[in-house]
Design a binder for this molecule. Structure first.
Ligand code: UDP
Length: 418
């Protein structure tokens, strides 16, 4: 069997005070005919990164509304995750070397995992490229039951996918009953499937990462990491990855320092188990930091978990998400939900979340990121008003309940297809 991820307990009713009126009732109505449906989510990691963050809430809420939902992760190896990280990079547009050796390393692991996939499921949702080919290799096995609907959920931006790598993956993807993308723009034109859906991710407003936190608590957490709460604070929360441009963030911050010499920067990024490049980019970022005590480079290694991220996002005067490519960027909604304005790279899912000039700014360069950050630091009232607009945008569009509802609708549609 694949490794099961321990699940939290969540209750949909607890979201009633946060979400739009009528939401809970609509979800319960949609869930009633699906009561007892067996739903399995499979991804590559139980910790670190947006997919793990999403599934922790989504699977727990699915159980609360009567689905028999489960979450399992594939077994990898350093070599396998090295290859799948190149796949991730290639599918986001990087020029990587893709060889028959890469294909072999990838497929051998997927076959091993396919052999471990067990149980009887009505819906199997496979997340991202790491386990994508598993659909092919379960054929003829007990888990491949006639009525099961197989769904591939792609969280990354394929707009500029490396053709060689996408040509390898496309035939595996086309074996699914449905593919789900964050935005219509991400769907490759060559993809031929009957059911292609668009469904942006969401944040959990009552998770430890997003729950309200008293200001004194926020200050104390910041102090415990050496961050001085009274100084202008700029925060980016991201894995250490070139697409998140941490070095660009440092360069933008240095421009901001010319006008705000006491400003501090927090770069917080967890090390995901399926991201072998993390340590390398941590070191490159640390080199760029050049020992500057006003730049705080933090990660789960220094016990930065959900509560600390919550505090840093709340303490920020401006949140940056200077990604060059971004599937969605949960960190943007997380910050907006806390009433902070976000200066984000004009990339993928960030453009769904930031309404330019309303709840933050979309930027195309380090200089622009710096200029917008300076503008917000100079105008704290404007920053607060933008943050408030952002919280409302997130409430309407990017909370867990909306995503849950979208998935239930998709299951309904698929249950009517042969
Ligand atoms: N995150 C975290 N600790 C960190 C860095 C990131 O908990 O040190 C979380 C972050 O708050 C967000 C998720 O990891 O919930 C990252 O998701 P996102 O969609 O922004 O990016 P991804 O890593 O999936 O590319």
């Amino acid at each position: 069997m694949l490794e099961r991820v321990p699940l939290l307990e969540k209750s949909l009713d607890e979201y009633a005070t946060v979400v739009e009126p009528g939401t809970i009732e609509r979800i319960r109505e949609l869930a009633a005919p699906l009561r007892g449906a067996r739903v399995l989510h499979v991804n590559a990691t139980a910790y670190g990164g947006g997919v793990a963050e999403l599934l922790a809430t989504h699977v727990a809420l699915s159980r609360d509304i009567g689905l028999e939902a489960d979450w399992q992760v594939i077994h990898g190896s350093d070599e396998f995750f090295g290859v799948t990280k190149s796949v991730h990079n290639a599918l986001q547009g990087a020029d990587v070397e893709w060889t028959t050796q890469s294909e072999r390393i990838y497929l051998e692991r997927v076959v091993e995992n396919a052999l471990l996939l067990e149980g009887e499921w009505d819906y199997v949702v496979i997340h991202d490229p790491q386990p994508a080919a598993i659909r092919e290799y379960v054929r003829g096995r007990a888990v491949d039951m006639p009525g099961t609907k197989w769904i591939w959920r792609c969280h990354i931006d394929l707009t500029d996918a490396n053709p060689t790598v996408w040509d390898f993956f496309q035939p595996f993807v086309e074996q699914y009953d449905a593919a789900v993308f964050t935005m219509p723009q991400f769907v490759p034109s060559s993809l031929s499937m009957d059911c292609i859906e668009h469904l942006p991710p969401c944040i959990d407003p009552i998770s430890l990462k997003n729950l309200e936190m008293p200001p004194a608590f926020v200050d104390e957490i910041c102090r415990s990491y050496g961050i001085r709460p009274n100084r202008p604070l700029i925060v980016q929360v991201s894995r250490f990855d070139p697409w998140k441009d941490p070095i660009g963030v440092i360069e933008a911050y240095r421009i901001v320092r010319e006008e705000f010499p006491d400003a501090e920067l927090v770069l917080a990024g967890s090390m995901a188990t399926d991201d072998p490049e993390g340590f390398h980019y941590w070191e490159l970022t640390n080199d760029a930091r050049a020992g500057d005590p006003q730049i705080h480079l933090l990660s789960n290694i220094q016990q930065v978990g959900s509560i600390q991220i919550n505090a840093f996002q709340r303490a920020a005067d401006v949140v940056l998400q200077k990604s060059l490519r971004e599937g969605f960027g949960l960190t943007v909604s997380e910050a907006l939900w806390k009433g902070r304005p976000v200066v984000g790279g004009r990339a993928g899912g960030i453009t769904l979340q930031i309404e330019d000039g309303v709840n933050g700014y979309l930027v195309d360069s380090r200089e622009e990121a710096a200029a917008r950050t300076i503008e917000l630091l100079r105008n704290p009232e404007k920053a607060d008003a933008m943050g408030a607009a952002g919280a409302e945008h997130v409430r309407r569009n990017f909370l867990s309940t909306r995503e849950l509802e979208d998935w239930l609708r998709l299951f309904h549609r698929l249950s009517h297809t042969s």
